[in-house]
Design a protein around this ligand. Structure first.
Ligand code: PLP
Length: 399
């Protein structure tokens, strides 16, 4: 008899987004005509920039032209895009060879697929609250999970200590859901820890484009020693509005060896077996992001999201509500006022001011009592939501 992967039974049912959808649908059914202000989504609200759209159109035309038509692309990524990404790192002082860059269909796909490189007996560490995919991908493959509490006392940025022991360590900075961002010394401690213990850091840099402050690393490879212990997973989803277009990239340095095996070479073997490459059209669109014109244009959207974050921070500051994130990050993570739990706060915002956010407890038990607001929403809705938030908790309007 065929036996399915029994580890799927161990997955906790994720009620978070279904429960949010059910509650908002029930509220709208009971209050027809009401409009909700969405600050819960992790999706972007602005379209692709002009440089990308032009490149996509040109690439579509190539596919209809006998002389320019492109068939299968190299499994690890088209050379023009791997080179453009390596040059983008080089502009920031990080030297990579294009062969260390792998083009993917997005960070989610990659975060799951990369686990093929590691034995199932390895333990995986997540800093909780955490992006749920880290947990579920490891449970599905039968790996033992360890959780390290990232509480308010550490600003949701815990440091490794002697009690920490794991083969694979997930780090996400700027963080989803907390918006917390590691500074250089903090991240260096994790790199040093990984090198001392032979662990591998899986560094999720999906939100790196939001970092502006000097001294905050955008890439793990800005840190000394990272090339012998880290893999970086990146995405154009939030950087350039590719959530529905799909493209990401992963960096595996040539020095990453374990048990006499080279992880970069193993990943080449994996990709050449398990994929036939990412669409030529999308890779051309992605390459446009790394041109000077593309870089300038994506900043226009990023600055809209940054302004949304400032509007939300202004409201929380005026209410004296504790939060982290919002600076160098698109998410704000706030302590629910008056000791409310995450879902009670969710219900109050929904029913009293028609604002939808994300209950922190949905990102793990450590998130109870916290709430995530996203700056990816519509600017006018974000301003209105901030005004209503202030009115709700003070009875006065925000200036
Ligand atoms: N990593 C984090 C921390 C995310 O928040 C997301 C998406 O929200 C992803 C990865 C997935 O990105 P992609 O759209 O490239 O699959």
């Amino acid at each position: 008899m065929m036996i399915p992967n029994l580890h799927y039974k161990e997955l906790e049912t994720s009620y978070l987004f279904t429960r949010i959808a059910e509650k908002t649908a029930a509220y709208l059914a009971a209050h027809p005509g009401q409009r909700l202000l969405h600050l819960g989504i992790g999706d972007v609200s602005l379209p692709l920039c002009g440089a990308v759209i032009r490149a996509l159109h040109e690439a579509v035309d190539d596919q209809g032209n006998k002389d320019r038509f492109q068939g299968y692309q190299p499994e690890c990524g088209a050379p023009f895009l791997r080179e453009a990404i390596a040059a983008h790192y080089r502009d920031r002082g990080i030297v990579l060879s294009p062969e260390e860059v792998f083009v993917s269909s997005g960070a989610s796909d990659e975060l799951g697929d990369l686990l093929d490189l590691f034995d199932r007996s390895n333990t995986a560490l997540v800093l909780e609250p955490a992006y749920p995919a880290y947990v579920d991908a490891n449970v599905m493959s039968g790996r033992t999970l360890r959780r390290l509490s990232a509480g308010r006392e550490s600003g949701f940025l815990p440091m490794p200590d002697k009690g920490v022991c794991a083969d694979l360590i997930y780090l996400c900075s700027p963080n989803n859901p907390t918006g917390a961002v590691f500074d250089r010394p903090g991240l260096q401690r994790w790199v040093d820890f990984a090198n001392e213990n032979g662990s591998i850091l899986l560094f999720d840099a999906a939100y790196e484009a939001f970092v502006q402050a000097p001294g905050i690393p955008r890439s793990i490879f800005e840190l000394e020693g990272a090339r012998t212990c880290a893999i970086e997973i990146c995405s154009l989803s939030k950087t350039a509005g590719f959530t529905g277009t799909r493209l990401g990239y992963t960096v595996i340095p040539g020095e990453l060896n374990r048990c006499g095996m080279n992880l970069r070479e193993m990943w080449v073997r994996n990709r050449t077996t398990k994929t036939n490459g990412v669409s030529y059209i999308l890779q051309r669109g992605a390459a446009a992001v790394f041109t000077p014109e593309g870089q300038e244009q994506i900043q226009e959207s990023l600055s809209v999201y940054r302004k949304n974050a400032r509007v939300l921070m202004g409201a929380l500051d005026s209410l004296g509500i504790w939060y982290c994130g919002g600076r160098n990050a698109p998410y704000l993570w706030l302590a629910c006022p008056d000791g409310m739990d995450s879902w009670t706060f969710f219900d109050r915002l929904l029913t009293e001011i028609q604002v939808v956010g994300t209950p922190g407890v949905g990102f793990g038990a450590e998130g109870e009592g916290y709430f995530r607001l996203s700056s990816f929403g519509d600017p006018a809705d974000t301003e209105e939501a901030a005004r209503r938030l202030v009115t709700l908790f003070t009875g006065r309007s925000a200036t």
